[in-house]
Design a binder for this molecule. Structure first.
Ligand code: G3H
Ligand code: ZN
Length: 276
């Protein structure tokens, strides 16, 4: 069933476990993520980024397909817009029926990030849609590994109070799009942020974070764990192996199917890790 982000994050925050949030590029991703969540009997967040919308050229077709897959699922599923920098795209996601959005004003100066995020919150809350926002830029979105950025706890509290957001993405040592799982997180800062801020905290760029470090981060207070690149690696490695194994292969289902199955199994494993 389709649920709101807060429906998943509030009990997870109270119970000190993690919620997996994984990115959808193709319909096979959406199918794989829901299949993995059903295997683990765990809820899941399916997120479509502004970059994925650019890739498709439009939000509605991939959004509608993802929403249909979410509604048909036996587990609770959030359909979330990820890293939207354009307010107009946020409003479109609300119209299409997304149950959650991330407005990412992290590259803006503090005051502008607050005013734009607050405007997004007013609009989304009126429509029954939850909002995640980011303070202290998590690097790597432009391909540059940037684990140095940090979110200040005092500023984080002010940001949450001034915007009314439902979840806060923080910079605590991870970086987007890492293909090696070698990131070290600032666990003391996570604990300080957890103590300072009332809303659930979001870890971006979790592909670069080893399993054990993800578990430590959840224990220290992170709730929503965003993973994209790692699952793309699982998907693409499987496609490559299938094509290498059979150079005459033509039917796309013969390599997309195994890739979808491999992603589902890895999602089930990750969700068990987060909820253990
Ligand atoms: O918003 C999405 C995530 O932060 C994913 O980052 O591709 O490094 O796992 P990742
Ligand atoms: Zn991210």
């Amino acid at each position: 069933a389709l649920v709101r982000l807060t429906d998943l994050l509030a009990p997870a925050q109270a119970g000190h476990h993690g919620v997996g949030a994984f990115n959808v590029i193709s319909i096979e991703h959406a199918e794989a993520l829901v299949a993995g969540a059903e295997q683990a009997a765990a809820p899941v967040v399916l997120q479509i980024s502004e970059n994925a919308v650019k890739y498709h050229g439009a939000l509605a077709p991939i959004g509608a397909a993802t929403l249909a897959i979410a509604r048909a699922s036996s587990v609770d599923v959030v359909v979330h817009l990820d890293h939207a920098t354009k307010v107009e795209l946020v409003f479109e996601a609300v119209r299409v029926g997304f149950s959650s959005v991330m407005y990412d004003g992290s590259i803006l100066d503090y005051d502008r990030n607050v005013s734009t995020t607050a405007e997004v919150v007013r609009h989304c809350h009126a429509a029954g849609v939850d909002v995640e926002a980011e303070l202290g830029e998590v690097g790597g979105k432009d391909g540059v590994h940037a684990p140095g950025a940090r979110t200040r706890p005092d500023e984080a509290l002010a940001f949450v109070q001034e915007t009314g957001i439902d979840a806060l993405a923080v910079a605590v040592g991870s970086s987007h799009a890492m293909t090696e799982r070698s990131a070290k997180l600032d666990l003391d800062l996570i604990a300080e942020l957890r103590a300072a801020v009332p809303v659930p905290l979001v870890l971006h760029g979790s592909s670069g974070v080893p399993d054990e470090e993800i578990v430590r981060a959840v224990r220290a207070g992170m709730t929503k764990i965003n993973i994209a690149t790692h699952l793309n690696k699982v998907f693409t490695d499987t496609v490559r192996a299938r094509l290498d194994a059979d150079p005459k292969l033509v039917d796309t289902r013969k390599y997309l199917g195994p890739a979808r199955d491999a992603v589902a199994d890895e999602v089930a494993r990750l969700l068990r890790l987060l909820t253990a």
